[in-house]
Ligand binder design. Sequence first.
Ligand code: SF4
Length: 357
Amino acid sequence: MRKSIQIRVGKVTIGGGAPIRVQSMTKTDTEDWKATLAQIKELAQAGCEIIRVAAPTKNVLPSFEKIVEKSPIPVIADIHYDWRLAVEAAKLGAAGLRINPGNIGEEWKLERVIEAAREAEIPIRIGVNSGSLPKEILEKHGKASAEAMVETALQHIKFFEKRGFRNIKVSLKASDVSRTVQAYRKIAPLIPYPLHVGITEAGTFLTGTVKSSIGIGILLAEGIGDTIRVSLAAPPIYEVKVGWEILKALGLRRRGVELIACPTCGRLEVDLLPIVDVIERRLEGLDIPLKVAVMGCVVNGPGEAKEADIGLACGRGVGIIFEKGKLVERVEEGEMVEKFVKRVFSLARRLKNEKNP
Ligand code: SF4
């Protein structure tokens, strides 16, 4: 595991041994503070720990101030081009700034942003995107390669360090997995700062989930990455859910229910998919880490169901419930879901009480 220095975005620590954080970005019009705040609350409920909000013009600043004040999680201002917006956002209480220094322009403008962040004691994310590398670096490398992205980031970092500003995290995003992975691998041993990992413009729900899971997954498995954002052309709640699933699949963090469902096959004895669907929705709000298995037959189902904290093996007209490997109840098909969900909640309550007696 690569160990970076630790920074703080509001109350949330990043890097330096802190848990890997899940972030997302609001997709509402920032000027509509009510809609933006409602989205943030929904995302926070789903496990989003830091939220980024676009601040494209000065018209959003009054709304941004309200959002910052009322948000349950730290708000990062996403700024492109206009240094004055970054300075204002810092003054209005942003917990961090995300800029692409290349887009801010002259050095003095960047210096003003650094000063504002220093004064507000907030970090800046240096976000390098393959689509907006400086001309001279592109000419030198011939294309927006991983090397070109790393060189760009190192140049920016040096600029910040020269001004004594080290409260930074870094991202190097390309829309393809291999370039992104290469870029992060290259920069990881060269800098002490936390890395924000993600695949930019990854795509629709399906392609974006696959690309992000592979790209972020490879890096996290190699110990690279301190905070993640899954980018999807889909409601942001899915970004948060997919982010958590990546962390859970790698065993890096646990949160809520990890639902294991069999893929179904010719041995299937019930209409399993709607059953899994209902169970997944009913268990959504559970905040205690639990492995829950729902299997489609009594041939192979019990094995998997026994290994989970609680499992249901569905047979023809009947279901068998296992808790911690022991058969605890046989239930009729009609009441299977109800009884199973009830047992999951009561197990969760027991485990919670054991944890905090
Ligand atoms: S648990 Fe049963 S139904 Fe499900 S995939 Fe395995 S064998 Fe098929």
